[in-house]
Design a protein around this ligand. Structure first.
Ligand code: DAH
Length: 362
């Protein structure tokens, strides 16, 4: 067995000298990864006598822990250094007079919300809102997701601590609770969209704990699936600016709609890019269906008299698709370079407004 003290000093010094995160990760794998140096030493324990094991086992474990600690500390230091560097280089002095040229820009999420609202208000919808801190009843129960329903698990809900009545509020996991709030606020007909923030405990390249959805709800007499299909087709053609957009409805399941479907849009994956409206591939963009009669009953509407459809769509996702933005997390890092690249000039006329005169012809 090597001289562990010497090894420790050597490794700790290398870690402290490492000046970048990629190098640090390589070092971690090399030293304490599954096939790393320390793990190989640990394997040698197997060949030792019980006495030697007693002596070396704890020492090796101690060494491993010290290395891991040193790496964690160095990682925190390097991240802080990087953050400070960004804060310095992206500094904006807001007390200075406005520089020549437009500096500010519209965030793609704001742009996508404006475009969606514009398309649906043309179709006769109005915009509704609801709270982001929501009650269980609106987020789940009234939408036909009772407490024991397995769909609750799929929502990765952020709950608040229990209040004095034993109720736990939550961060809404979708915009669907606003369906219930709307239907309870007055008599039908309803024709609303609900753009807004939603929350789930999830994070990777395509999921962030806070994200955006738009919900739609139409309730009236004699509403059928044909209306739903037409609305979605019109929306996709307008939003993606492609007249003969291909969409398909795949049977699916949501507790609040029956029947339910997922909508896929036709696309092609070419050289790592997604091209909407071309090719033979499909990409899911929303969930939809006819409002479940049980949901109507929950808000005291007679399902024999009123029917309707609903759909829900990820706004971040359709923004990524429309403008070819690869990583969802970048939407929320407030990186000035990213905002300059993907942002929209504040005084531009939105492309959809300029097309409005063509609307009747379509
Ligand atoms: N609320 C669903 C979700 O977040 C999406 C959804 C599916 C909304 C179907 C709807 C619908 O209104 O009819 O996953």
């Amino acid at each position: 067995m090597e001289d562990l003290k010497k090894l420790e000093t050597e490794i700790i010094a290398t870690i402290a000298a490492m000046d970048n995160l990629t190098g640090l990760e390589k070092l971690r794998v090399w030293e304490v990864g599954k096939k790393g140096r320390v793990s190989l030493l640990m394997r040698e324990l197997g060949k030792m006598t019980p006495e030697e094991k007693k002596q070396f086992g704890p020492k090796l474990n101690g060494l491993k822990n010290k290395i891991i600690q040193a790496i964690t500390d160095q990682q925190a230091a390097l991240e802080l250094q990087e953050l400070n560097h960004r804060l310095q280089s992206e500094r904006v002095d807001i007390t200075l007079p406005s520089p020549s040229g437009n500096q500010g820009s519209i965030h793609p999420i704001t742009q996508v919300m404006d475009e969606v609202a514009e398309i649906f208000t043309e179709l006769g919808f109005s915009v509704a809102e609801g709270p982001e801190i929501e009650e269980d009843f609106y987020n789940f129960t009234a939408l036909n997701i009772p407490p024991e329903h397995p769909a609750r698990q799929m929502h990765d809900t952020f709950y608040f601590p229990e209040d004095s009545d034993g109720n736990r509020k939550l961060l809404r996991t979708h915009t669907s609770p606003v369906q219930i709030r709307t239907m309870m606020s007055g008599p039908p007909p309803y024709r609303i969209i609900v753009p807004g923030r939603t929350y789930r405990c999830d994070s990777d390249a395509t999921h962030t704990p806070m994200f955006h959805q738009v919900e739609a709800l139409v309730i009236d007499k004699d509403i059928h699936m044909g209306h739903l299909k037409w609305c979605i087709e019109e929306f996709c053609a307008k939003f993606f600016e492609i007249d003969d957009v291909k969409i398909r409805f795949r049977p699916s399941y949501f507790p609040f709609t029956e029947p339910s479907a997922e909508v896929d849009i036709g696309c092609a994956f070419k050289d790592g890019e997604i091209l909407i409206g071309e090719g033979d591939d499909w990409l899911e963009i929303m969930g939809c269906g006819m409002v479940n009669p049980r949901v109507l009953e929950n808000v005291n509407l007679n399902p024999d008299e009123y029917q309707g459809f609903a759909f829900g769509m990820g706004l971040d996702r359709i923004a990524m698709l429309k403008w070819g933005i690869p990583d969802l997390r970048d939407f929320f890092t407030a990186d000035l370079r990213w905002l300059k690249h993907y942002g929209f000039a504040s005084l531009d006329i939105p492309s959809l407004s300029t097309q409005r005169h063509n609307w009747e012809e379509r």
